[in-house]
Structure formats: structure tokens, C-alpha cells
Design a protein. Structure first.
Length: 125
């Protein structure tokens, strides 16, 4: 039921894409099962090739986010390098925001370690 609340916040075109590709992935698993593919799930609830497709989608989405944010990141970097007065008109300085992100990431790694995870696995994820 938590997905319903999450889906309520999404634009309808993205929601349609999520549902379409969810059903398409299940159809691929059905066809693969009929063709004799092993039925054991290797990653969460997906077969190996669907998990590989999902990983590829994540790589593309990260690339798309970096591409769409690149002009903003470049502008912020230039404002910080020149110590422009426009950078002072923000709610939090960019340097303080970067420090907060770094502290949050360190906190996540510490939490991951106390939850039983390995610190070497916490870094890439």
C-alpha cells in the first residue's frame, strides 16, 4: 500500500512508464520461463536478465540526472570560485550544504556498519 502513496506523487507519464515496464518485465519472465529459463530469482524478485536491464536503467537515469543538473552545478561552482554576492543570497552557503551532505554520508556509513553491513559495501552503494 505504500506504493499507492508514492505513485500518487508521480506525474502520470512517468507512472504509465513504470507500470508498462513492470508488466513488460513480468511478461519477459513468463516467456523466459516457457522457454526453459531457470525459475530461481537471482536478484530480488527478478530473473537475471531483468535485473541486468534494471541496473542499466539506473545507470542511464543517473547519467540523465547529471546531464540535466550540469549547468546548475557549473554555475554554482563559478559563483563559489568568484565568491560572488549572488551566492550569499541563498538560504545556506554551498560550502555548508556540501559539509552537511558529507556528514550525512558518514552517518549513513556508520549506521550501515552498526546494522551489520560491511563498510566496503557501504561506500559504493
Amino acid at each position: 500500500m505504500a506504493g499507492v502513496g508514492f505513485f500518487y506523487l508521480l506525474p502520470s507519464d512517468i507512472l504509465l512508464s513504470l507500470w508498462f515496464f513492470f508488466l513488460f518485465a513480468r511478461f519477459q519472465e513468463l516467456v523466459a520461463g516457457m522457454l526453459g529459463s531457470p525459475s530461481g530469482a537471482s536478484h530480488a524478485v527478478a530473473l537475471e536478465f531483468v535485473a541486468d536491464q534494471t541496473a542499466g536503467v539506473y545507470v542511464v537515469l543517473v547519467g540523465l540526472m547529471v546531464y540535466s543538473a550540469w549547468s546548475r552545478v557549473r554555475r554554482v561552482w563559478r559563483l563559489q570560485a568568484r565568491r560572488d554576492s549572488m551566492a550569499a543570497n541563498t538560504l545556506m552557503s554551498f560550502r555548508a550544504a556540501a559539509a552537511c551532505i558529507a556528514i550525512a554520508l558518514v552517518g549513513l556509513v556508520i549506521w550501515w556498519r552498526y546494522a551489520g553491513g560491511s563498510p566496503t559495501l557501504a561506500r559504493p552503494q
